[in-house]
Design a protein around this ligand. Structure first.
Ligand SMILES: NC(=O)c1ccc[n+]([C@@H]2O[C@H](COP(=O)([O-])OP(=O)(O)OC[C@H]3O[C@@H](n4cnc5c(N)ncnc54)[C@H](O)[C@@H]3O)[C@@H](O)[C@H]2O)c1
Length: 270
């Protein structure tokens, strides 16, 4: 059901790769709620061609940008400003990648070149996007910026590897930049800490099936789906949440505050 929560709003959605992507669902929901959007992803992701389907359905232009490249980000904001004839009201950062995870290198053996690359893509990119937006005055007053994160930033999940460090850095950037952008232009910046979700990035984590099943059993409401995450993001882009900023918001069916559940105890007694 749509409520017109984003009527008249304009936004940029980073990170829709395929139909499983959380960003894909957010793009669809945002448009359903009346928003106009621009879609962006890395040039290599655009070459896969999947994004064109979403672009067509959402009547949205696709503007490629490697988030580790300043010129790409400047170009994206320039073209977006041209397209909308002004600034944007919301931005979704739905981007993550660890070369160490991809190559199966364990945390204690991390290769630092790979760590740098992962940090740049997964965390510093939020700073880069915000710094560029601020310089170009590309986000409207009372705009809302969201980045997706995971609870491995606070607790140890061994196979999450260096992505845990990247997420801790990402959450810290949201807080720190949230202060400055709030004071300067009433722009709010938050992170949404989502349940494990079956996507390309999610499934790359070693032992993902065990991981997702455990989280399901440890969450009073069960795991939050990508569609439910999209619903939540839409509320955070809307004017109903104007005073929420610099927060890490758990969207995880209660997992983050559960010590143990009956289902897990029963499993342990077997
Ligand atoms: N899937 C999960 O279990 C889960 C749980 C919590 C948080 N998250 C977070 O959600 C976000 C979206 O991930 P997803 O699960 O939808 O997977 P996904 O693989 O669909 O999305 C990751 C996106 O990052 C993009 N990307 C990678 N390198 C890039 C670069 N250099 N420039 C621009 N874009 C680049 C990819 O092209 C892809 O679109 C990530 O931040 C992820 O860490 C995922």
């Amino acid at each position: 059901m749509a409520y017109n929560l984003l009527k008249g709003k304009k936004g940029i959605i980073f990170g829709a790769l395929n139909e499983q992507s959380i960003a894909w669902k957010v793009a669809q929901r945002a448009v359903e709620e009346g928003a106009e959007i621009v879609l962006s992803n890395a040039p290599i992701a655009l070459r896969m061609g999947e994004l064109n389907k979403l672009a067509e359905a959402c009547n949205a232009p696709v503007i490629g940008a490697d988030v580790t490249n300043n010129d790409d980000i400047v170009n994206l904001f320039n073209k977006t400003q041209e397209h909308f004839g002004g600034g944007v009201d919301f931005i979704l950062h739905s981007i993550g990648m660890s070369v160490n995870v991809r190559k199966g290198i364990t945390y204690t053996q991390n290769n630092y070149d790979f760590s740098h690359k992962g940090l740049d893509i997964s965390a510093l990119s939020l700073h880069r996007i915000l710094q560029t937006a601020m310089k170009m005055d590309a986000i409207n007053e009372w705009g809302s910026v969201l980045a997706l994160t995971y609870i491995a930033a606070q607790r140890v999940f061994p196979d999450y590897n260096d992505m845990a460090d990247n997420k801790a850095y990402l959450e810290s950037i949201a807080r720190s930049f949230g202060y400055y952008y709030g004071v300067q232009k009433k722009v709010r910046i938050n992170t949404v800490s989502q349940s494990p979700t079956r996507t390309t990035a999610g499934s790359g984590v070693k032992g993902f099936d065990g991981f997702i099943n455990y989280a399901e059993k440890m969450s009073p409401l069960g795991n939050a789906s990508a569609d439910q995450c999209a619903d939540y993001c839409v509320t955070l882009f809307s004017d109903l949440t104007k005073m929420v900023t610099m927060q890490n918001l758990f969207h995880d069916g209660g997992f983050s505050f559960t010590g143990v559940t009956q289902a897990v105890i029963e499993q342990m007694e077997k």
